[in-house]
Design a protein around this ligand. Structure first.
Ligand SMILES: [Ca+2]
Length: 326
């Protein structure tokens, strides 16, 4: 009897164990009773990055739009030799000596994303921050009140950045020369942000052939031409743009030319100007072309655009003073 009872208990035990295994195997995934949807463990959320664009409030109903430029690497400087560029632009009087400062080309890292103004600073933007601009009464003071600010020196442009930093609580500054070229190229390696064919330049730029050459010797209203891949207008032509660096034609070749976030901070006589302008030929509007002038120089072809630095938390920095944190 005892043996029978033991065998029966053993059979019940085996059945319970087997049924339990089957049940576990069939166990449905947990249901979300409210929606009937299967709930799986959620993937870790990526922290939200900085917004793709920001609008600065300059007061008086005037704003300034800037777009996010991602961190990355690019080849800074001229791909073609000075002799090749001179040959290509011979009909415009191109000479090797004009292009030697673009060399040697080298890989440069822009280690942090930043915001770049989509336009050169406009006259209404200037007026909202600084009051009446230095173009007033000049030959190039044409009647278009929405035109870009010009006849502006490097010192004027830097003061604008300081005042706008104070006004917005963000770090507004001139871009470094490396940031400018990186933003201008927008991932393209050719002579221009749209390729190598200078016959297309008129779609993207105001320059000698469609401005000075047709008796319009001044920069034109921002945003009328085609922007580059990152949404930046008039990087080629219109106003030549001041950059933060001191200009040194041998900087690329010098030991001081870092490959990560380079900036020439060694005081010289000239500051950097980039992009060419409304009176210049296509060779001077190339992404790699470099020039400069003294910080106090004002010309009808000189203007600028600004950048806003982003802190490590992903927000535009709030440190004041016009110079981004390193
Ligand atoms: Ca420009």
């Amino acid at each position: 009897m005892k043996i029978r009872l033991l065998l029966a208990a053993l059979l019940v035990g085996l059945c319970l164990s087997s049924c339990s295994r089957k049940d576990r195997g069939k166990q449905p995934e947990r249901e979300d009773s409210s929606r009937g949807a299967t709930t799986r463990p959620s993937a870790p959320q990526k922290p939200a990055g900085p917004p793709r664009s920001i609008d600065l409030d300059l007061g008086d109903g005037v704003t300034m739009k800037l777009v996010l430029i991602p961190a990355g690497k690019f080849m800074m400087g001229g791909k073609s030799s000075p002799a090749e560029v001179a040959r290509k632009f011979h009909r415009y009087g191109g000479q090797e000596a004009y292009y030697t400062a673009e060399h040697p080309q080298r890989e440069v890292t822009i280690s942090k994303p930043f915001y770049m103004g989509i336009w050169e600073v406009t006259r209404p933007q200037w007026d909202a921050v600084m009051g009446p601009g230095p173009w007033k009464g000049k030959k190039c003071d044409n009647s278009d009140a929405g035109n870009v600010a010009n006849h502006v020196s490097w010192t004027d442009a830097s003061k604008f950045c300081e005042k706008l930093s104070q006004k917005t609580g963000k770090t507004v500054a001139l871009p470094t020369e490396a940031q400018w070229e990186y933003a201008c190229r927008a991932k393209r390696k050719e002579a221009y942000s749209f390729g190598d064919d200078e016959s297309k330049l008129g779609l993207y730029a105001w320059f000698a052939e469609n401005a000075l050459g047709v008796n319009e010797p001044y920069p034109h209203r921002a945003g009328l031409k085609t922007p580059n891949f990152w949404g930046l207008y008039d990087m080629h032509g219109n106003a030549a743009e001041w950059c933060r660096d001191w200009y040194d034609e041998k900087f690329y070749a010098s030991a001081g030319a870092k490959s990560i976030d380079p900036e020439n901070t060694t005081a010289g006589t000239h500051r950097v100007l980039r992009g060419g302008a409304w009176g210049q030929y296509p060779d001077s509007c190339r992404s790699a072309y470099r020039s400069g002038n003294t910080p106090a120089a004002r010309k009808c072809s000189y203007g600028f655009r600004v950048m806003v630095a982003i802190d490590t938390g992903g927000s535009p920095t709030t440190r004041r003073g016009g110079v981004p944190e390193k």
